[in-house]
Design a protein around this ligand. Structure first.
Ligand SMILES: C[S@@+](CC[C@H](N)C(=O)[O-])C[C@H]1O[C@@H](n2cnc3c(N)ncnc32)[C@H](O)[C@@H]1O
Length: 445
């Protein structure tokens, strides 16, 4: 039986989500940062009931496909798990991941198209959300190490562009110079918990997440930002929750722009810091365009868009020929969506703020007898039984499902099929170098 701290020789036989899997001493072992066929000395971190997890101590046999990794933090930082694979291999890995989940969790045999690549493999992220840790005068800012809450002090993140490197360096300098205490998760002390930022079309929104009230002068930080970013806005968010939730409920605008604005896919949008926005602009546009092309609205009388965010896709799908109802739980995203309704002249759009689980049955009841179409783009936990049951009883004509977790997608599709038929299903590489994958599905009744 394997036990903690054992050193074993491990051969990677296959992939399981973000890790490789192999068998040692009748135990199934999971090890990250390897490729299939590679052999390594592995230290076991955890072992129980025939399953163990370990880390590479020494690589013994290297795959000829392995590529050198340009990031100095790779292997420590929990952000990227596939950077050692050539990009083509990453796309195959994600295809296999979705296929596996559809089969094992959903019991579905479908014709899964090949993964749509990202136009950018590096520098694609428009959002950062980094924990702040360490000590006064020596703060650490970066991603957590894999499977832990130890912060990797990142000098740069290759998934975002130069804007992120500059921002993190400036914030670290500001905190250190002003002797500001980083948050300590163990005793809940310290003042700054997270640095959250979004950079879209040359506009930067920075949110300093504080542990309750932030009493320091942010003007010096604003002055530093102004030297590098012609258009920036600064917010402070208060979060005294003793949990892992990043943003607290209240944010205060300190200076600069209050929101990001722009035009994507012909839709004028507004984006405040609490609102969701897809993190890879290039893949977002490919995904939304395909969703628009797939959704069959020829007979639609009412289009429902659940989990609609600020509603860039919703607005792109609006038409004078049918009513559109968008449902979103985050009030600031709904406020953005309301402004966009006017900006984009969408008179037949209704934005509802609330829980999709509660609102969908009401919408279905109010629109009984009409021809309904549906778009859903839920968070990682997927739709769940309540929404799937309502979809089945309301009889939506056709559905576009955008998923960021193929495991919950597979679970939901198992509930929706065979009433619905999967007409199209394809992974999109929204998150290159990581094991995350987006999937677009079109279902017809
Ligand atoms: C993956 S995002 C998709 C947003 C949008 N479709 C887009 O592409 O920008 C999921 C959205 O669902 C919202 N949300 C989460 N739980 C919800 C719920 N129970 N009811 C309604 N909206 C919810 C989140 O606030 C978030 O904006």
């Amino acid at each position: 039986m394997l036990k903690q701290n054992d050193k074993v020789i491990f051969t990677a036989q296959g992939y399981a989500n973000s890790e490789t899997v192999g068998v040692v001493d009748n135990t199934t072992v999971f090890v990250p940062f390897l490729m299939v066929g590679e052999q390594a000395v592995v230290r076991i971190n955890y072992a129980k009931k025939g399953v163990a997890y370990g880390d590479v101590v020494q690589l013994l046999k290297t795959s000829p496909k392995r590529v050198s990794t340009p990031c100095p933090h790779f292997g420590k930082c929990g952000g990227c798990s596939l950077m050692h694979m050539p990009y083509q291999e990453q796309l195959l890995f994600k295809h296999a991941k979705v296929q596996n989940n559809l089969k094992k969790i959903g019991g579905l045999q479908v014709d899964l198209l090949s993964t749509v690549p990202s136009p950018l493999q590096f520098g694609y992220r428009n959002k950062l959300s980094l924990p702040v840790s360490g000590k006064r005068g020596n703060v650490k800012i970066g991603m957590y190490q894999k499977g832990s809450h130890v912060v990797t002090n990142c000098q740069e993140c290759l998934l975002a562009d130069q804007w992120a490197t500059t921002l993190v360096a400036l914030f670290r300098q500001y905190l250190n110079t002003n002797n500001i205490a980083p948050y300590n998760e163990r005793d809940f002390s310290g003042e700054v918990r997270h640095l959250v930022a979004r950079y879209v079309d040359g506009q930067l929104l920075v949110t300093v997440v504080s542990n309750g009230k932030f009493r320091h002068d942010l003007q010096p930080f604003a002055n530093m930002l102004a030297k590098h970013f012609p258009k920036f806005g600064l917010y402070v968010n208060q979060n005294d929750g003793k949990n892992n939730v990043i943003l607290g409920k209240t944010s205060h605008h300190v200076c600069g722009i209050s929101h990001i604005q722009g035009t994507h896919m012909g839709v004028q949008f507004r984006l405040h810091p609490h609102s969701f926005f897809q993190i890879n602009d290039g893949v977002k546009d490919l995904l939304y365009s395909k969703a628009k092309q797939l959704l069959n609205t020829s007979n639609t009388q009412v289009l429902v868009d659940l989990f609609s965010g600020i509603g860039v896709l919703t607005t792109a799908l609006c038409s004078p020929n049918y009513d559109t109802i968008a449902v979103e739980i985050e009030p600031s995203a709904v406020a953005d969506a309301e402004q966009m309704k006017t900006l984009n002249n969408s008179p037949r759009l209704t934005n509802l703020c609330g829980d999709a689980n509660v609102l969908l049955p009401q919408i279905a009841e109010q629109n009984k007898g009409k021809t309904l179409s549906l778009v859903v783009d839920p968070p990682r936990k997927g739709l769940g039984a309540t929404i799937c049951q309502t979809i089945l009883s309301a009889g939506f004509d056709n559905i576009v499902y955008i998923s960021c977790d193929s495991a919950t997608l597979a679970r939901d599709l198992a509930m929706l099929c065979p009433t619905y038929k999967v007409e199209y299903i394809q992974p999109y590489d929204m998150f290159p170098n990581t094991d995350q994958v987006e999937t677009l599905v079109w279902l017809s009744k």
